[in-house]
Design a protein around this ligand. Sequence first.
Ligand SMILES: [Zn+2]
Length: 388
Amino acid sequence: MNKMTTERIRTLLCDMIRCDTINPMGRPHKLTRTVERPLVDLLQGVFAGTGAVVTPLPVSELHENLEIRIAGRQDGPPLFFESHMDTVPADDWPDTALTPRVDGDVVYGRGACDDKGPLVSMVAAVLDILESGEPPPYPVILLAAGDEESTQTGIRQYVGDHRGPYQIAVFGEPTSNVPVIQHKGVVRWDITIKGVSAHTSQPEFGRNAIHEMIKVIRRLADYQDEIEALHSNPLLSGPRINVTRIDGGRTRNAVPDECTIWVDYRIMPGLDSAEERQKVIDDLALLGLDIAHAEPQVAMPPLSTSPESALVRQAVAICGAVTGREIAPVGAPYGTDAAWIDTGTPTLVIGPGDIKHAHAIDEFVTMTEVMQCAEIHRRLMMHDWRAE
Ligand SMILES: [Zn+2]
């Protein structure tokens, strides 16, 4: 960092935490503006007169993105940076969640680590480049995204409208400044079995949908174990299939004529969510039951960046130099917005703060990590990726 002081970035982070960008997450709400609007207003003010091109991009009545674009010395595919503006609710932390508290190096508040700490690191890097007067080799886009915490409509709409190509993509989430280069995808859908009702004294005249669903659930568990052996990954645990809900039955004395389960299938890097779901459907068909599969409620691709890519090698070197620690790239069990970028773009996730504290009471981030991450971003933005 040439121009940014910890004090200045801490003040900006505290201002960002004061912005109420709580995502209602599908629950009833009284908002008459977008979730992200207060932070969009703040960031527009921060970048006013800096030379950055700042564009609010509506996503829906409830959400919006803010694109911050700076020119490079040359035209060419931009570098893409993204962190999200929305936060999870703070029902369990009502009084002080939006009142930032500073204690030495630590800043507490809703969003301190998820995701305003990572976002302020990217903002600081862009401001530092603009104020130092030396443009980056190629254009840089910083997308402050909406609606990450609920249905990722912000990033999905943006990459739908702006397909790229991008030279690299960097997503900000709390990773303790360690590059996350792979995570699982997820596909969720409902499976329903139709049975035939009958009096429970003579079940032979019916077909018990719950009993048949037990065969499906057993098969899903075996299936997971079988594919685990096929898809081992040094950075991650194996594929995971969970039945997260079961519904069925009408009365105590009737054979149930219907049973529905919710399935959550975590897809390994390198695999396609739709194809993997189809394999499950084909496998369950061998049971010979009357099974119906609903359309997926969610289908998020995995993040599958190679540890050998130029982005990862450079990022590891930069993180090591900036933090003074031995850094190795890791995988993450959770999903992020990075899943939605085109799979041809070398992509990683990095940010200050620990995911353990995200979504929790007394969520916090340290300014040491914020400033280190800002420097990591600045170096990633200033690197000539075409010269690799
Ligand atoms: Zn987040």
